[in-house]
Ligand binder design. Structure first.
Ligand SMILES: Nc1ncnc2c1ncn2[C@@H]1O[C@H](COP(=O)(O)OP(=O)(O)OP(=O)(O)O)[C@@H](O)[C@H]1O
Ligand SMILES: Nc1nc2c(c(=O)[nH]1)N=C(CO)CN2
Ligand SMILES: [Mg+2]
Length: 229
């Protein structure tokens, strides 16, 4: 993408200075050995809401702009992964709850990182090497970083919703007309990374979104049978 590694590193250093305690143990307890749902902001998120609502006990990891439709549907995710370009007011509403925010520092969001000080439970991520408490679990866009996070913390099964990597950008993403091409390029990279992860991870991978190589495509009515252990 042509980003500056030096700026990415400076951003990670700044985030490390903003964060105090990071709830890694809590994250581990939430995810290890469990099925988790990852929810992206692709067009299919709108059909997913009733199914997500039905599974109250499953940990939901929400990618950035997917937070607005989830909250409108009455669903509170346990984990939100963001580079802070989603709806900050909605995030602020959640900030005093138990929800864990996973804030990504990169070279183009340094001025927004201070917002992370609002979050009671916050883990920092980077796309360079680890900087103090700020970690690189892998991935690029918020959505694929949710999957890398779940895999890193040992999820048994990962189910994707609203992760429709392709030519249609979901309406909840705040993409300006002039940034469309870059967004589609980002989504292409995200998809390639997930296809790479599929060869490495020990989590079982399922998708209820557009097909991704290495992820088993399942229908909504098959979720229940896949959740039985
Ligand atoms: N068709 C799609 N349109 C939008 N998002 C999608 C789509 N398919 C999958 N996603 C996932 O949903 C996530 C959340 O969307 P959002 O618009 O908040 O993205 P983002 O990563 O914050 O983008 P940006 O690079 O502009 O920060 C994306 O990171 C992406 O991984
Ligand atoms: N430097 C930089 N890094 C990124 C960016 C970005 O816009 N700039 N966007 C990302 C996906 O949302 C992930 N990483
Ligand atoms: Mg984002």
């Amino acid at each position: 993408m042509g980003y500056s590694k030096d700026r990415d590193r400076r951003s990670a250093t700044l985030l490390n200075s903003i964060l105090s305690e990071c709830p890694f143990d809590k994250m581990e307890r939430m995810i290890r050995g469990k099925p988790v749902f990852v929810i992206g902001a692709g067009p299919s998120i709108s059909y997913s809401i009733p199914y997500l609502k039905r599974h109250k006990d499953i940990v939901k990891i929400c990618a950035d702009s997917a937070l607005v439709p989830l909250m409108q549907g009455g669903i509170i995710p346990q984990i939100v992964v963001t580079d802070l370009d989603g709806d900050l007011q909605v995030m602020k509403k959640l900030s005093k709850t138990k929800t864990i925010f996973v804030v990504h520092a990169h070279g183009d969001n340094m001025e927004r990182l201070e917002f992370a000080s609002n979050f009671r439970n916050c883990i920092g991520t980077t796309q360079t090497e680890d900087v103090g408490r700020v970690r690189n679990f892998g991935g690029f866009t918020d959505g694929d970083r949710c999957v890398f996070l779940a895999s890193h913390f040992g999820a048994k099964k990962i189910f994707l919703f609203g992760m429709d990597f392709g030519q249609r950008i979901g309406k909840h993403s705040k993409t300006r007309r002039q940034d469309r091409k870059i967004k589609l390029k980002k989504l292409r990279h995200g998809k390639e990374l997930l296809e790479w992860l599929a060869h490495k991870t020990s989590s079982e991978l399922y998708t209820l979104s557009k097909p991704i190589t290495g992820f088993k495509k399942i229908r909504y009515d098959a979720i229940d049978s896949k959740l039985v252990v």
